[in-house]
Design a binder for this molecule. Sequence first.
Ligand code: ASP
Length: 334
Amino acid sequence: MEKRRILLIGTGGTIASEMGDSGLEPELTSRQLLRYVPDISGICKVDCVQLFSLDSTNIRPEHWLRIAKTIQECYGKYDGFVVSHGTDTMAYTAAGLSYLIQNSMKPIVLTGAQKPIGYDTTDSKQNLRDAFTVASSDMFGVMLVFNGKIIIGTRARKTHSKSFEAFSSINYPIVGMVQDGRIIQYIRPERSAPVRFYEALDPKVALLKLVPGIDCKVSEYLLEQSSALIIESFGVGGLPVYETGSFYEPIKRGLAAGKTVVLTTQVENEGSDLSVYHVGNSIKQNLPILEAYDMITEAVVAKLMWILSITTERAKVAELFYTPVACDILYAFS
Ligand code: ASP
């Protein structure tokens, strides 16, 4: 059988880093990365493109747009795509690409590494091999492949800052594993072609993590500066009411000014349920806020950027927010 054609898109990250005067910096191009894993030519035929060389700390939504645009322009020419990327914000980019490229019947695989490819001990080579194995398979959609795990793009989170087991799939099972070059697929998401590309994002999305005793006025400032505010509250969700003030008034003013407010939880697993406690239910019953349920914060951030580039009309925003894209939300309908 003819080998599949894969485009490797380089963006930087530790995988491509070398030691500089003040720490690791991305230096290697995608073509140079590939030279470290010559056996990939046994899996597929690869072309390379280098979009930028950034520590992913510096990657912004405009870079997600450039990656998506490159994939769109080359979509007809390749069977799959591998994006090599820094691990720190890879989960956000995976979520961003999941909204910018919907219903892809071809695999779009993000990978990277915790140790540079030139180090004696590195996860770079295995992650690249696994990513190309998945990109050359019949799997489809945006996925993150790391340390053998295949994670849906809207469900990935960096959960370890140093170990090779860097990513977890949150509130959704991993879709498969790559073991010794073979894919073991546990879940087959439904096919829903044709592919649809989007070309805009509204990056003005802010995130506020509550701490006990927080000054409620910070929400006022963030709402003034943004189109949408996500509040990571405690437990299944709720907003504090202190004698010194509450979030109710600033949120009400923000909503009246056309802003979007989403409540979620800072607890990693199982999501929000505002209906359980008075502190959550009272706000949900009285104000037109949205609730993340099992959607992870990385996905909420990217989904709002996508939605708000299409509409700011409250009912339409809510409808799009609660419409599942790439398995990003399940609980709201259970
Ligand atoms: N700081 C690096 C980055 O995100 C970390 C990594 O790639 O593992 O670009």
